[in-house]
Design a protein around this ligand. Structure first.
Ligand code: FAD
Ligand code: PHB
Length: 392
């Protein structure tokens, strides 16, 4: 097989890149380790920032997102049993977010891909990349029981944090920055009508909790838990009781209960690999960086990377201009580090740390009081939450 760009991974990054390149007439092949059902059903991120909404629209895949997604113009921070609203739109010059599940974005992108007729190889095993420092890299895998070799001009490593692309870079060629948090999130999806229109981020003495949603009928909730938490220790009753404790307010607001459809534990880490390129390999999304989910930035960063990478590849093929390709890593890392700081900061402000002291608790309370009462403080939360505009 011969193509222009070989894309490893059919998560949001790989699928969107494939689609943006297709629309520019650039040939590409996507290779994915799992099956279609796995990709379409994996529950992960839920908040699309303004730049992501705009990028999906420009790619022609935003129609269902606008029809079924829930536009939000604010979020709430809950502490001392009171909710405090941050007006995202007023404080960010008119920008907003849409709550629409990552798996729905993936479904829309797979449907668009299938329509193009371009190759998307699900259940590919033994995926490996070769000759990245030459001008004729390639990808090999086993698909449908047969060995496949894909010769290409460029490889896009969109294979997530546990993929094979980043480890294929020579150790001396990259620098890694990371931080592992002393807690995780226990997340549930419940068949219950959301009891508030907006997301609620809670700082409670028992730990962080988040109230979110997926639709008018489905509530998504998270609880800070131990990093190695055994999900079997959490009966449905225990989960609801802890959610009520952490999310209770003096005005009587409560989360609605309903059958729990799914539960899981997500570890929390910050991670950046620099640079995001080696030879003809370009990393995008979680393969290059991870943020704790408190700032809702993970998928949005993946989209920003491939937006940049698609523009760089289009400039290469359309006008033989490699300036953007050469600047790809530096350009992306600026946004990445902004999101790394914001996600770390929101995490620090809202979670209970094992090493916390009464002094640190008071400092945290003061910070929450400041961002919810000062316009300047609110702007810092809002401007970063809705996402900074693209430089292009
Ligand atoms: P991924 O979505 O990880 O996609 C990578 C794809 O590559 C996968 O389909 C994988 O199967 C495939 N792949 C891996 N290895 C290979 C291989 N060797 N060969 C071929 N294919 C391969 N972000 C938020 O903003 N909010 C959240 O609530 C949130 N929750 C999360 C919960 C969990 C459990 C996790 C893991 C992440 C969460 N995130 C969240 C982060 C967000 O989901 C990611 O940032 C986003 O999925 C990144 O997209 P991606 O395409 O870069 O990577
Ligand atoms: C979600 O709905 O899954 C969600 C929302 C906001 C976050 C993280 C996760 O910060």
């Amino acid at each position: 097989m011969r193509t222009q760009v070989a894309i490893i991974g059919a998560g949001p990054a790989g699928l969107l890149l494939g689609h943006l390149l297709h629309r520019a007439g650039i040939d590409n092949v996507i290779v994915e380790r799992h099956d279609r059902r796995y990709a379409e059903e994996r529950i992960r991120a839920g908040v699309l920032e303004q730049g992501t909404i705009d990028t999906l629209d420009e790619a022609g895949v935003g129609e269902r997102m606008h029809r079924e997604g829930l536009p939000h113009e604010g979020i709430e921070l809950l502490f001392d049993r009171k909710r405090h609203r941050i007006d995202l739109t007023a404080l960010s010059g008119g920008r907003a977010i849409v709550v629409y599940g990552q798996h729905e974005v993936v479904k829309d992108l797979i449907a668009a891909r299938v329509e193009t007729g371009r190759p998307l190889l699900f259940e590919a095993s033994d995926v490996a990349v070769h000759d990245l420092d030459s001008d004729h890299p390639s990808v090999t895998c086993v698909h449908d029981g047969a060995a496949v070799k894909i010769e290409c001009d460029y490889v896009a490593g969109c294979d997530g944090f546990h993929g094979i692309c980043r480890p294929a870079m020579p150790a001396g060629a990259l620098k890694v920055f990371d931080r592992i948090y002393p807690f995780a999130w226990l997340g549930i999806l419940a068949e219950a009508r959301p009891s508030s229109h907006e997301l609620v981020y809670a700082n409670h003495e028992n730990g962080f909790a988040l109230f979110s949603m997926r639709s008018e009928k489905i509530t998504r909730l998270y609880l800070q838990c131990e990093p190695e938490e055994d999900i079997n220790e959490w009966s449905d009753d225990r989960i609801w009781s802890e959610l009520h404790t952490r999310l209770e307010t003096d005005d009587g607001w409560k989360v609605n209960e309903g059958p729990i459809m799914q539960k899981g534990v997500t570890p929390m880490r910050s991670f950046v690999c620099e640079p995001m390129q080696y030879g003809r390999l370009f990393l995008a999304g979680d393969s290059a960086h991870i943020v704790p989910p408190t700032g809702a930035k993970g998928m949005n960063l993946a989209v920003a990377d491939v937006r940049m990478l698609s523009k760089a590849l289009i400039a290469h093929y359309a006008s033989n201009d490699d300036t953007r390709l050469a600047a790809y890593s530096d350009t992306c890392l600026k946004r990445v580090w902004r999101a790394e700081h914001y996600s770390w900061w929101m995490t620090s402000m809202l979670h209970r740390f094992p090493e916390s002291t009464p002094f640190m608790d008071r400092v945290q309370r003061s910070e929450l009081a400041y961002v919810t009462s000062s316009e300047a403080g609110g702007r810092v939360v809002a401007e970063n939450y809705v996402g900074l505009p693209f430089a292009d």
